[in-house]
Ligand binder design. Structure first.
Ligand SMILES: [Zn+2]
Ligand SMILES: [Zn+2]
Length: 76
């Protein structure tokens, strides 16, 4: 279950329509798997384990991204 707001736009996940959801998920997946490239922007907090994405190893980031996508799909 997701209890954190969207890591990208900080709105509640339930307040997303399909189009916005796709956009946020896509951006999150891209940035979470390559946090160093996006680190100059605001911190990306993992919605799954609530740690900074920068503190994830690649394998952990992959796991969290996949888990988040599953959790989001369950919401709708
Ligand atoms: Zn969002
Ligand atoms: Zn995580």
């Amino acid at each position: 279950m997701i209890k954190t707001p969207c890591p990208i736009c900080h709105k509640d996940m339930k307040d997303h329509d399909k189009e916005k959801l796709d956009k946020c998920l896509w951006r999150f997946a891209r940035e979470a798997r390559n946090p160093v490239a996006y680190a100059s922007r605001e911190k990306l907090i993992c919605p799954v384990c609530e740690e900074e994405m920068l503190d994830h190893k690649i394998s952990e980031a992959d796991k969290c991204v996949n888990q988040f996508i599953l959790d989001v799909e369950e919401l709708f």
